[in-house]
Write a protein that binds this ligand. Sequence first.
Ligand SMILES: Nc1nc2c(ncn2[C@@H]2O[C@H](COP(=O)(O)OP(=O)(O)OP(=O)(O)O)[C@@H](O)[C@H]2O)c(=O)[nH]1
Ligand SMILES: [Zn+2]
Length: 342
Amino acid sequence: MMARSSRDYDESDVRIRPNRRGSRPRSKDRPAHEDAVPGQVITVDRGRYTTLVGDGSDRHVVMAMRARELGRKGIVVGDRVDVVGDTSGAEGSLARIVRVQPRETVLRRTADDTDPVERVLVANADQLVVVSALANPEPRPRLIDRCLVAAYDAGMEPLLVLTKADLTDPGPFLDQYAPLSVRHVVTARRDVGTDGLDALREALSGRVSVLVGHSGVGKSTLVNALVPQALRATGVVNDVTGRGRHTSSSAVALALPDDDGWVIDTPGVRSFGLAHVDLSRIVHHFADLEPGTARCPRGCTHDEPECGLDAWVASGDAGPAGAARLDSLRRLLRARSAPTTD
Ligand SMILES: Nc1nc2c(ncn2[C@@H]2O[C@H](COP(=O)(O)OP(=O)(O)OP(=O)(O)O)[C@@H](O)[C@H]2O)c(=O)[nH]1
Ligand SMILES: [Zn+2]
């Protein structure tokens, strides 16, 4: 993909305003740089940070690079930053990010479960939307479980979105996940549009939601329905959800209509490495199994003959999916000592 420039934006939709340096009110918590403007990173492409600055009608997109003084500090989609230099957003202009504000949440993943290099995917999101098709492609419960663990570990609330209910009855899948009490929305393609969109909009309302899912589950279809083209121009990049974008490794933040929150679309995931998650904490993220650990011996790894979880599951306390969930937990625990393709 070509490096993006401000030309990639539909300029009729992007308000370009002269830089109003000096006219901003000064406050106690103003940035260290006199002229810095606060902004939010909406996408990253090879060292160029597309940053949204300004409020209301003055809101516009600025292309920025990192200032040398930031050192090696990473900047990711969702980061709140201070920008200096030419923040006009004019074609060909390039501003500098001089500061990254402390992050409220951090969604991480590693390439596999033993990879020591963790990658921060997105900052400051509060909801992780795990998109899975009910059929075509088949749901991948172990990948879903991994995403749930990542969400809880990041302090984000998970939401399951189950697509393609027009192809199969969602009942059996929902029964499996019911003991988890994770919120969920079911969508289906109908002759006229998509069922379930209103419920999805409600679940996304006012929040910053990261969408993750395996390729082909219908994530782009949902994003296109949620975010009209006009908004996408200010929220970002033309045709960002087209297939081509998935060659990019970056997420893209898109404003929902009426400023009712953000969706952050991520490239399709094949795996979700969890090398960064403390091994002893993993079981706490399996809410349906966790109470059963009361019967475990001290220091139980939950993958040993004395583990109390087998009896917990056998007695039905973890619900109908208990055995599959315990299997998922143990695979996850074992994967921490060997690479996995789950
Ligand atoms: N039957 C049915 N098909 C759907 C539905 N939603 C999306 N699809 C189809 O599923 C295929 C994949 O949809 P996309 O939206 O491209 O999926 P994606 O998750 O963005 O996949 P990548 O672009 O590969 O990451 C397309 O052929 C869609 O038309 C649905 O609710 N029902
Ligand atoms: Zn145990």
